[in-house]
Design a protein around this ligand. Sequence first.
Ligand SMILES: NC(=O)c1ccc[n+]([C@@H]2O[C@H](COP(=O)([O-])OP(=O)(O)OC[C@H]3O[C@@H](n4cnc5c(N)ncnc54)[C@H](O)[C@@H]3O)[C@@H](O)[C@H]2O)c1
Length: 417
Amino acid sequence: MADKTVTLIVDGAGGRGSGCSRFALEHPDRLRVVGVAEPDDYRRERMAKTYGISPENQFKTWEDMAAREQFADAVFIATQDAMHADPSVAFADKGYDILLEKPMAPNEADCRRIVESAKRNGALFGVCHVLRYTSYTRKLIELIRSGAIGDVVSLNRIEPVGYWHQAHSFVRGHWRNEQESSFMLLAKSCHDLDWVRYVMGVRCTRVASFGSLKHFCPEEAPEGAADRCLDCPAESNCPYSAKRIYLGFLEKGRAGWPVDVLTPNPTPESVQKALREGPYGRCVYRCDNDVVDNQVVSMQFEGGRTANFTMTAFTKGEGRRTSIFGTRGEIYGDDTRLWLTDFLTDKTTEIDTAQPDATALGGHGGGDYGIMGAFVRAVARRDQSLILSGPDETLESHVMVFRAEQSRREGRMVEID
Ligand SMILES: NC(=O)c1ccc[n+]([C@@H]2O[C@H](COP(=O)([O-])OP(=O)(O)OC[C@H]3O[C@@H](n4cnc5c(N)ncnc54)[C@H](O)[C@@H]3O)[C@@H](O)[C@H]2O)c1
């Protein structure tokens, strides 16, 4: 028997809210978007038009939407990081199942509050740790759990954020300043620590971390740098030039993310205007950013196992790379392909996990599609076990992130109890 059609309301019709909702366009029999809360008129109306949302189900804020009696099965909370906890608790209290964007919240107390309210209300609950849902991760887990490399002893992972992505999101953009959003390890790499925990398959017991804001600060500005790239005499020799990054993308026909964050429906004129007036035209050495641009985390896992993680801005920004070392073999992966070496035969096999692009939700190697499909199925069948990133798993890996950040700040190793 086919699953029932799940109804969803969306809190925040920005990049993620509008992007992941497209699952409903591809599977109208499985998901219907029936409400939206969004203060930005353009975004709210775009969403309403796309899904035929009736006027009484369009709201300017999540508070207004939560004030109404429950009118859908589930809510997708896709507002900014610091605006996750209150809506999550409010909608759970109203009876909704919850799909929450990562990170759960910028502090541990709020993360615990979210989990408590979901459990107290019996809500099905998932966090968009999309990397758990890719075909790459599925294949990797299958290999490890089948014993292909014996007992996993250690792991090494690098997240090459990318020079322009760092400048866009973490120097000029939404996640540049901890007070306004989250610290870097939480904003960008809660995915990675969650993924490392998932792959290791046992609990992390202690962490040590180092990291700094090394480069994107006034002391590193080139001689004579101006406040905005459009006025800057040093612009042509600066890899972080906003002019080169955004107009360059536009010239290559890339008008979606990240260019559409500057202005809806980007044109050379509207992007120039945004660079002249908006936050994305600012010199990367003269912003109000304070999050780190490089960080490492060392992790001790149960049973004498270890892992290392590196986040760095200073890369061209391709897929995350991981080596997993076992007692009988090793696996190296680049987010799409896996290379499995068997110590018994000394042979290496390459496995391509890329899947034909059957969906418009291509984001995160198919992870966006994966989480949406899993959540919708879980709600339709009332089965929390179909969600790989539920309240307990997510809280556990968020706690790893909070302890690692504590270690970086306090300059000492931190135990995880
Ligand atoms: N899972 C992932 O891989 C992934 C990737 C990127 C971002 N994120 C996370 O997703 C979240 C959203 O990111 P984004 O890039 O879509 O941000 P965004 O800024 O594009 O979208 C947030 C939207 O919330 C709206 N909003 C503000 N106040 C509101 C209110 N009171 N009620 C309702 N809506 C309100 C804003 O106007 C905006 O349109 C963030 O927490 C971010 O960290 C997750």
